[in-house]
Design a protein around this ligand. Structure first.
Ligand SMILES: [Zn+2]
Ligand SMILES: [Zn+2]
Length: 767
């Protein structure tokens, strides 16, 4: 006999025997018609009663697996993209539990932010109320779909207990020099007296009052990510094993790495280092292009007229202006630097084109080698088309180097519904962080924003405060944090028991076994979040709390899936092609919807929803249900017939091979989160089991007891492999086969199948 997990053999044998003894085999009790709503309500009741998905404390030697689904915005309604995300994550969570791992499957709502604020303004309710109602509604939908989250661990980023830690993170990063204040350009509506986000500007007009908006410069807070770009890049190869291709390629895209060389230009008094991705063409450079964010720009842009142009460029919102070389803003500083290889003077120009290509740096302009540079050269009066000529002609000294396009970004917004920034502005002391013992800075709950003005700035009880440093009169910061900042650590709280979050959110001992998360399952548009989470994890490692995360990676595995569309187009109310998960669940049941969405497409493909997959899944579940129930009930009636059993032994042996083969494929599909292939293999396994019966009947006219028991064992295996995808129906079938209700239903994941009624010789021959 090959090595077999004994538990598996005995468990199957016991089940078959009990079925054969007629315990559950009473045909009058067998249900042949599949009533999804009834089955699902019954299983969900059983799970809730025994708290089946509470996060366990991992036992010694047990693997701790934290599966992190995407954090939904509190929109009030799950859409099909959510269902896809959670159906993949849930199948994986159930599979890992069945395998004997300790599984944490938890999430929180990304509840702050503009969409919630706008929805609350429309409905004239405080955002806090709106968000709570939305969250409750979405949780009901998740429970109805049978997602096995640890619901006790669900949190809202807008809860005081939660955003207190966003504020702690802000202060911690500020003190580490990773947050700073700088000017940025924002849209402003004079009528509403407020700044506007991009999605609040429609054709240059305010979403609320339809007046024209204008751009203003104002001070905001920035997150410094540049110190970690190199490490985020260097660690990508380590992630290749458990990160899928989409998630890796979005990380590479966000980094925007360019390989090339740098050269030293200018003089000892005013040095300038310039980059080019064209190492062989350095001597052909005819100008230098500077980013408007280059740290030494002020050294070169000294002429008042040039300064004026720069101010105009910055207040003109170049972040949003055209990025192609033909129309991108371009300023000539009038200054030049000398090229050491020729002594020639290279004109210094300024353009955000540099940022779009290499980040806030300086780049050599080489029209000969670079099409965009040629376009810029043609636009600039001082630049010739040939390499700048000077007295000498020495070979340039270059150093190989790398530039990244990814850049620091603004994290503060002039808006109400967000985490208050824990800073106090004092005339004497400047910007003073709120001391840790005074956190949280509480966001007033009773405000009904109207979209006009800045509600926080208008509340004297919020704004007026004593300076924590000198005690003098001071003002609170009235910007709030963008919800992107809350998201930087939204993967942490689930790993801490709710009652202990207030004390030890970032220091709880449980973090050490749950982090890094074994698998993030998220939409393919989450790359930016994930990139910045990877930066902040490294920062917290270096600062101290996450020192145990040696690589500074929040996720050791990652699966990005594409979205769900309908009729070949993005779902939208406007197009009238929105598919409502509630309606589908009502009509077909949760298992069918889950099975269909998993079966319809692999995660890397956009899922163009159609009813075909739904009808297929519905037919399949009904068919497995009726077929299995009937066979479980009839096994006791199959005649004991040694001669017949010997005659069909080779067929049972073939069934066993089919089962082992199918099981192996399904297991690999689940391990790799390729649920569509795993589901397909489950359906094939069912076909094989049906085929076995047909062939035995062709040969013998009926199934002997040995055949019937083998078939039942195969059907039990089928139900086990179905349970990650359609857990309600699968568990009900296991119960019908004689399994006891309880936590054992969650596992074990089957090993090789050992069929009763096969002689040891046949088992060994087949192994
Ligand atoms: Zn307005
Ligand atoms: Zn002060």
């Amino acid at each position: 006999m090959p090595d077999q997990p004994n538990g598996q053999i005995f468990s199957l044998a016991r089940q078959v025997a009990s079925a054969a003894n007629g315990k559950m085999g009473d045909m009058s009790n067998a249900r042949s018609s599949y009533e999804a709503a009834e089955v699902e309500a019954s299983r969900q009741g059983a799970w809730a009663e025994r708290d089946a998905f509470a996060t366990p404390a991992p036992a010694a030697g047990q693997r701790a697996v934290y599966i992190k689904p995407s954090s939904p915005f509190t929109s009030g309604k799950l859409h099909m993209g959510h269902v896809r995300d959670y159906a993949i994550g849930d199948a994986y969570a159930r599979f890992r539990r069945a395998r004997g791992d300790a599984v944490l499957f938890g999430f929180g709502f990304d509840a702050f932010g503009l969409p919630a604020e706008m929805a609350a303004i429309e409905r004239k309710v405080p955002p806090a109320e709106w968000v709570e109602a939305c969250g409750e509604r979405m949780l009901e939908q998740m429970v109805r779909l049978g997602f096995s989250f640890d619901y006790e661990r669900v949190f809202y980023s807008s809860d005081e207990a939660q955003y207190r830690w966003s504020q702690w993170l802000f202060v911690t990063l500020l003190e580490a020099g990773l947050i700073y204040r700088d000017d940025t350009t924002v849209d402003w509506c004079d009528h509403c007296r407020t700044t506007l986000a991009a999605l609040q500007v429609e054709d240059g007009r305010c979403w609320r009052c339809h007046n024209e908006v204008r751009l203003i410069r104002r001070a905001t807070w920035f997150l410094r990510i540049t110190p970690y770009l190199e490490e985020n890049d260097a660690r990508l190869p380590e992630l290749e094993e458990n990160w899928d291709e989409i998630s890796l390629s979005t990380q590479r895209y966000i980094l925007g790495r360019s390989d090339g060389v740098e050269v030293d230009l200018g003089s000892a008094e005013a040095p300038l280092t310039a980059f080019t991705p064209h190492p062989d063409a350095v001597a052909a450079a005819s100008f230098v292009l500077l980013s408007p964010r280059h740290p030494d720009l002020e050294t070169w842009a000294t002429e008042p007229a040039v300064r004026e142009q720069l101010d105009e460029l910055r207040s003109g919102g170049w972040e949003r202006s055209a990025r192609d070389a033909k129309s991108v803003p371009l300023i000539d500083t009038g200054a030049s630097v000398s090229a050491p290889w020729s002594g020639a003077e290279l004109p210094l120009l300024v353009s955000p084109l540099v940022d779009a290509r290499y980040g806030p740096t300086a780049a050599l302009g080489i029209p000969e080698a670079d099409e965009a540079d040629a376009t810029i050269a043609a636009r600039a009066q001082r630049v010739g088309e040939r390499p700048a000529r000077g007295a000498g002609s020495g070979a340039p000294e270059t150093r190989p180097t790398v530039r990244y396009r990814a850049a620091d970004f603004s994290i503060s917004r002039q808006r109400f519904w967000g985490t208050p920034i824990p800073v106090i502005h004092c005339e004497g002391c400047g910007a003073v962080p709120v001391p840790a013992e005074d956190l949280p800075v509480v966001l007033p709950r009773d405000v009904e924003p109207t979209g006009e003005g800045n509600p926080l700035a208008e509340r004297a009880d919020f704004v007026e405060v004593a300076c924590p440093s000198c005690g003098g009169p001071a003002r609170r910061e009235t910007d709030t944090l963008d919800c992107h900042f809350d998201a930087l650590w939204l993967w942490v709280p689930s790993a801490v028991p709710p009652t202990e979050r207030a004390e030890s959110m970032f220091t709880h001992p449980d973090l050490r076994h749950w982090l890094p998360s074994e698998r993030l399952v998220a939409g393919s548009d989450s790359g930016g979040f994930v990139f910045d989470q990877r930066v902040v994890t490294k920062a917290l490692r270096d600062i101290g709390p996450f020192a145990f995360l040696e690589h500074g990676e929040p996720f050791s595995g990652c699966l990005f899936h594409e979205m769900v569309i309908a009729d070949g187009r993005k779902m939208s109310k406007h197009l009238g092609n929105v598919v409502d998960p509630d309606e589908l669940v009502e009509q077909y049941g949760a298992d069918t919807v889950r099975l269909a969405i998993l079966y319809a497409a692999g995660p890397a493909k956009t899922l163009n929803w159609n009813d075909g997959a739904l009808r297929f899944a519905s037919r399949f579940l009904r068919s497995v249900w009726a077929y299995s129930q009937q066979r479980f009930g009839a096994v006791g009636d199959a005649p004991e017939d040694a001669e017949a059993a010997a005659d069909t032994e080779f067929m049972r042996e073939r069934l066993r091979k089919w089962c082992d083969n199918g099981l192996e494929r399904i297991t690999v599909g689940l391990e790799e989160l390729q649920m569509h292939t795993a589901v397909r293999d489950v359906t094939r396994l069912f076909e094989r089991i049906q085929d076995f019966e047909k062939r035995v009947i062709q040969r013998r006219g009926e199934l002997s007891r040995a055949d019937a028991e083998a078939q039942v064992a195969a059907l039990i295996l089928l139900a086990r492999t179905l349970s990650p995808f359609a857990p309600h129906a699968a568990e009900a079938l296991l119960l019908a086969a004689g399994e006891e209700d309880g936590s054992e239903l969650l596992g074990p994941w089957p090993g090789e199948l050992v069929l009763p009624g096969l002689s040891a010789g046949a088992q060994a021959a087949g192994a």
